[in-house]
Design a protein around this ligand. Structure first.
Ligand SMILES: Cc1ncc(COP(=O)(O)O)c(C=O)c1O
Length: 290
């Protein structure tokens, strides 16, 4: 694979980060995972802005503009002959050596990595995925709001915890037993025709698709609430689903072994998925065609 590294394309095996980079030494780095549909980068501006906000707080200069992101992604897609793809953009703080640094990181490193999308069978969107509550609790975010940060240890430990389980997403609760999110997804549930999702203050990643789905739902007339919810709320829900940029909207068929919505996608989840697929591209949100 060809990878974009600091402005040029190189073979992925030649791309090197130095051990004095603070992305490596201290986890001071950010990433975004984007999806490309037929050459169109979905919600590019939202991904860019999420990283830019976090970078500002971390003192890292966004040395690539959104247009440069788009060009870099398009170059990398072309070099790898991909039109539908998973894209990862990484920003690593820079080569400052040992010792915490309070200055501004003016020379960060950029990587853009692309690969084919995983194959998601239609069955996944009809019958969904299981969910189990994790022993690992969601830790508190690094700042006021969780960044999509290179420090992914909490998620890594969670993933190891459920490594033997097939077609299953782990559910993080907070230390106070509130619902938080999946290991790599945001959580939604429907009760009495109201759409609920855990509040950002539970320490979740403010997902691009979480926000997008809330907007779609509100526009279609649904009441949407963000709040502090318990496992009981989820166990009594009529429908449960997960969102992320790559997998879109995935129904949940069971929580801790208890079947949800007869084990098939519920009607509101189905409507939102249809709307999502209709609206995710061609919105003029920065995702011009490659
Ligand atoms: C922990 C976590 N929460 C939520 C999300 C969803 O974010 P997005 O909708 O921007 O993909 C992700 C994405 O990977 C994630 O890792």
């Amino acid at each position: 694979m060809e990878i974009f590294f600091d402005g040029r394309l190189i073979d992925e095996n030649s791309a090197v980060i130095k051990p004095i980079d603070h992305g490596f030494l201290y986890g001071i780095g950010l990433f975004e995972t984007l999806r490309v549909y037929q050459g169109e980068i979905a919600l590019l501006n939202r991904h860019y802005e999420r990283m830019a906000k976090a970078a500002k707080q971390m003192g890292i200069v966004m040395t690539m503009s959104m247009d440069q992101w788009r060009e870099g992604i398009q170059m990398t897609l072309m070099a790898n002959q991909l039109n539908n793809a998973y894209v990862r953009v990484d920003l690593s703080a820079g080569d400052e050596g040992t010792g915490l640094y309070t200055g501004i990181y003016e020379n960060p490193h950029w990587f853009i990595y692309v690969k084919p999308l995983p194959v998601f069978p239609e069955k996944l969107y009809r019958n969904g995925r299981h969910m189990v509550v994790l022993r690992t609790r969601r830790n508190m975010p690094e700042g006021e709001i969780r960044f999509k940060c290179h420090n992914f240890l909490n998620n890594h430990l969670a993933k190891r915890e459920i490594s033997g389980l097939k077609n299953t997403e782990g559910l993080f609760l907070t230390r106070r037993n509130y619902l938080a999110e999946g290991i790599t997804s945001n959580l939604f549930f429907v009760s009495n025709h109201i759409l609920h999702t855990p509040d950002i203050k539970t320490g979740i990643i403010p997902g691009t698709r979480r926000q997008f789905v809330m907007e779609l739902a509100r526009k279609s007339g649904l009441t949407v609430r963000e709040g502090l919810y318990t496992l009981d709320d989820l166990m009594q829900a009529d429908e449960v689903f997960l969102t992320n940029a790559i997998q879109e909207i995935v129904p949940v068929s069971s929580v801790n072994g208890k079947t949800v919505s007869d084990g098939i996608r519920g009607p509101i989840t189905g409507e939102l998925l249809t709307l999502f697929r209709k609206k995710i591209i061609g919105k003029g949100e920065g995702g011009l065609k490659a």
